[in-house]
Structure formats: structure tokens, C-alpha cells
Design a protein around this ligand. Sequence first.
Ligand code: G
Ligand code: G
Ligand code: NA
Ligand code: MN
Length: 254
Amino acid sequence: LQVENGLRRALERQELEVHYQAKVSLASEEIIGCEALLRWKSADLGFVSPVEFIPVAEETGLIVPIGEWVLKQSLRQLDLWMQAGLPPIRVGVNLSARQFREPQLAAKIMLALEEAGVGAELLELELTESMLVENADEAIQALWALKGLGITLSIDDFGTGYSSLSYLKRFPIDELKIDRSFVKDIPDSADDMSITKAIISMARSLEMKLVAEGIETRDQAAFLRDNGCHTGQGYLFAKPLPPDGFLQLFTAQK
Ligand code: G
Ligand code: G
Ligand code: NA
Ligand code: MN
């Protein structure tokens, strides 16, 4: 309840921040995109992890205004970075189940893109498997509405849910993010290496892009790259950073 009450005021009290984690090309280690990750520094509760407050935001419906704020903030930030001279990169924004079910979602996103003056090709939405599997027919319609805007659709935490090949074929999904749980025990776990290779070959045969999450070691990066995964994300390359930190990181790489 403390979290809920605090969260109700977090937006107006300006306690929320968006941090950005780099996505890099595994071949060149150049930054080619980023993921927006919400941070909450509560005046009353101190730093609260999204693992704690996102579920509360989801249950109470607060995720709808908060999620919209994250989207707008991320697009505004992208525009600021480009004004500062950075090349255009794509930003990935996490979408919650509650947001995904909103009938006006595509219209809201289109408006946010227009307001920020950012092209749809620079926005990616990260969804989860469970959002697609519950109510698949409605999900397909919602996905096509989003796809019609020209944005990229990505499945987050792939491999932890219940989606099958046949689902993926029916859905207009552009990208899979290999869940961190499969990456973390590479190269010690032969099983995780097999699963990872299977996901990569499946995604390639469906012509989907791939991002591996939670890369922390050189060995993991090399294994993923050598097995055909083009893009990576993880502490090896960069932690989620505030806007200035991300700008510095990006500027320093050239
Ligand atoms: O950044 P961190 O690992 O602490 O994030 C924990 C969880 O919170 C992850 O599952 C992440 O997807 C989720 N999360 C972070 N930011 C957002 C957001 O803006 N919206 C939603 N729906 N989830 C987010
Ligand atoms: O569920 P989602 O994939 O959106 O969660 C992303 C979360 O993973 C973020 O909260 C981010 O802080 C965390 N994260 C990103 N890279 C790494 C990593 O290399 N190791 C670990 N342990 N966590 C990571
Ligand atoms: Na995510
Ligand atoms: Mn993930």
C-alpha cells in the first residue's frame, strides 16, 4: 500500500526517471540502440526497484499514465540526443499487459511520435510472450495496429513464456530478445548453450532479428556472436545510465 500511494504521486513529484541501456552490435561493439528502463527514487521510500513497483503499477492501472510518460520521455530524449549530434538510434520501450490491452494504444503512440518529431522507425516496443498468448486473436489485431505505425515489435524475455513457433509465425514480430536466464550460465551450461543456439536458428529461419540480454562476459559475447546473434545488451557493454551518462558513453566510442 505504501508503494501504491507513493506511486500515485511519483509522476507529479517528479520522482521518476528513465535510464538507458545500450544495445550493441556484437561484431563491432558499436551502440546501435538502447532500452528505456524506468527508475523511481521515492522521497518517502528511497530507491524502489521496478521489480517491486511495476507489478503494483500494473495491478492498480497506474502503469497506463506512467507508461505513457516513459514513452514520451524516451522519444523526447532521443530527439535531444540527435540535436546534440548523435546519429539516430532506436529506443526500446517496455510495454505492460495493461497498456497493450488499451484500445487507443496505437493512436496514442502515433500522437507521441508526432509530438516528439521522431520517426516511427526509431521506436521499438518490447512485449512479453504472455501478452500474446492470452487472447491471441485480439493480440494479433493490436499487433497489426502497432505494426501499421511503422514501429518495431520485439518479444522480451524470450524463452521463459509459452509461445511456440506457430505463434511467432502468425504474429508480426520483428525481433526476439533472448532472456538473460539462458545467457548467464554460458559457457558452463551445455543445456543453455543448446537452447540459445536453437532460439537463434529458429529466429533466423523466421527472419527475425535477435538481441541477447544480460551479457556479462567476453565468452558469452563471443559465443552468441559466433552462433549468429547480431545484437547484445548487458553489463559487459554498459549498465542502464541516466541520459547524460548515455550521451557520454556514446560520444566516447568514436
Ligand atoms: O531495469 P531493471 O532490471 O531493474 O528492470 C526490472 C524490470 O522492470 C524488467 O522486467 C523491466 O522490463 C521492467 N521495466 C523497467 N522499466 C519499465 C517500464 O518503463 N515499463 C514496464 N512495463 N516495465 C519496465
Ligand atoms: O525484463 P527486462 O528484460 O526488460 O529487464 C531488463 C533488466 O535487466 C533491467 O532491469 C536491467 O537493469 C537488467 N540487466 C541488464 N543487463 C544486465 C546484465 O548484464 N546482468 C544482469 N544481472 N542484469 C542486467
Ligand atoms: Na525489456
Ligand atoms: Mn528482458
